[in-house]
Write a protein that binds this ligand. Sequence first.
Ligand code: 9GP
Length: 837
Amino acid sequence: VEASIPEPQRAAWKKFSASEFKTKDEFEAEVVRHIETTLARSLFNCDEAAAYAGTALAFRDRLVIEWNRTQQQHTYADPKRVYYLSLEFLMGRALDNAMLNVGMKDIAKEGMSDLGFRMEDVIAQERDAALGNGGLGRLAACFLDSLATLNYPAWGYALRYKYGIFKQEIVNGYQVEVPDYWLDFNPWEFPRHDVTVDIQFYGNVRKYMDESGKQVSVWENGEIVNAVAYDAPIPGFGTRTTNNLRLWSSKASKGEFDFTKFNSGEYEASVADQQSAETISAVLYPNDSLERGKELRLKQQYFWCAASLFDIVRRFKKSKKAWKEFPNQVAIQLNDTHPTLAIPELQRILIDLEGLEWDEAWSIVQKTFGYTNHTVLPEALEKWSVPLFQHLLPRHLQIIYDINAIFLHYVERNFPKDREMLGRVSVIEESQPKMVRMAYLAVIGSHKVNGVAELHSDLIKTTIFKDFVKIYGPDKFTNVTNGITPRRWLHQANPRLSELIASKLGGYEFLRDLTLLHKIEAYVDDKDFRKNFQEIKYANKVRLAKYTKEVHGISVNPSALFDIQVKRMHEYKRQQLNIFGVIHRYLEIKAMSPEDRKKVQPRVSFFGGKAAPGYWMAKTVIHLICQVGEVVNNDKDIGDLLKVVFLEDYNVSKAEIIVPASDISEHISTAGTEASGTSNMKFVLNGGLVIGTCDGANIEITREVGEDNIFLFGVLSEDVEDLRHAHFYSEFNLDPMLSHVFETIRSGIFGDAGQFSALVNSIVEHGDYYLVSDDFKSYIDTHKLIDEAYKDQETWLTKTITSVSRMGFFSSDRCIDEYAEMIWNVEPLTPPKQNGA
Ligand code: 9GP
């Protein structure tokens, strides 16, 4: 049924069509209306939570108006759209972002003050939308912001997890995981009970010949689960474009109850189907860069890919274009291998449901997909067991076998002399059981494959995808260095710095074109500018110090050097190197005379990050950090010379407080292991310097800011394999300073040494895979340089200002333009002028 209103009645609609608040009074009226009616509260019982809800609902209404306009414009113009398939979107809070992106924060702030609330307190009421683990999910969130800001017609697709990443509590120095009830109040989502898709699992495939002699495959007798769409508006900055993030929630297809069972008294069984269906979108897997091959995870992936593709195909079919036009209308980006099932799923739709021939369908598939690789870590490369696949997705397994057979045939013809190659590149690994290699399927089914920083993009071509470069040629592989949105990571997190920059650049245009930052280099010697810049950094450090005192009860001196490492806890990211370095520093200070101690540069070492619940080694590192903190922070000899803080439950909203407060941040992964890193960019953009290895985006940051403005150390990626080999086959020489650190740990001053023995032994006895010992001396020496450099505050300030001015390259807007041009071939669609829609 056409739901559209007939022409004669449209005038009435237009007359009463919703309009946006424009003034402070109109804003206040909206807030009060929502608090009194939507929330059924009054001025007698309006707390900060209600004030947040009222404000969020007022802004939500504003976003919805632009969102509807954008979607109508897209429907009418029917441009090529980008679909970003990502199992993770680490969005953080939405209210502050919405206020800033629509340019109404000042008005809202005054309005809230009239109504009796401070905007900071109101904003702090919101729970983070934490549908992601770390860098990969946050990158996806930055990309959504850029896509909307640059007016690209784009959709994000993900799952609506009932529980996002767990909340981390530290109890007696150990990480404890607590569920994240983020959906208790979420004004930013719109359930679309009319947008549902039936998703099939299990069952069997029946094959037969139709009248024309064509073989037909029917996937039947499966279990059906319902996917229900929940939409969230994504406003661009300084534009009316508001895109859509569509999250799928799972629901039993037969309804909530099995009444037959209920009526016969089997109450538990009557809701079992519902519970089992809802499990699919219940939890985000909390592993960052680690795959465990669990059935539920594969189910999640298929559920999400199938629902999203159904939606995309449905939208395409509305345009009534021929199938060969599909890649001209649709670009789908696979964020890591998690959505790779979309490849066989689109092939299935085209051949089984739409009746296309294999070759025609496959050519459409390959032109449609692009694949971004985010890691070379072997433990993160997804593989699924063939028996599991066969059981859950029997038709897809057949299609994958066919894709593989045709591909191997091609390889055999082109590389007849390299017979081993077939085994190396096959999508099916001949192991026990056989495994489906998802990364290979993603490469074969996409027209472009990209890495996320130059070094990483080079590495994938020489390691994991080496053979594929021979097969397809180098042009299929490209690089798009990651970026971050300056709206959240400068304007929102560091409003005073943003304002200072705007005052010199004559406005906020730099937030839309970050390369304009280069103009502030002209102020590097300007006395007032320097003073303001330094004051802002100090104020941000005071803010973090206050937070540390309030939340953790630890007093830190804001004049000390703030050294920060916040990211997921992982052996390759080497928080263990950092804490061993802290112990070394502690021992050095302890051994000094009181006179010498006066010369020590005071420091606070901040750590933060979650460990995957099953990642025992990462949890041990958290425990060691906490134990070292206990000892160091309470040692009278040390006082303010060294403090160690583990910031609990690191997330996006906390990052907004932490990042602007750094003097130095640590990006110290073993060379060749961190694909890019994005917090390195955030810290430098906020006036902090980096200590880092020659890894990921650190290398390009060095190229941009200059070698004098970054502290690099450690072995190079090309030497890593040889060193690892040498650890096993020649004598392993433990660094003497590190050896002293280990003796101290073994002495038990940080608590039962047995708890840390596996951590220590991974280095001393088990080959030091992450090269902690190899890098230890150069790490310590570099920190000494940092202490010296920091004492010269004027030179330090020059370095930080210069670095900020050279960060223009790292905007996610630049990335999105690169993807649009090199991979998606899409154009922006500028929104029509107001009232001209
Ligand atoms: O580990 C990478 C990280 O270096 C990168 O910045 C981020 C975004 O590209 O992706 C991470 N990869 C994963 O989380 C898993 O592949």
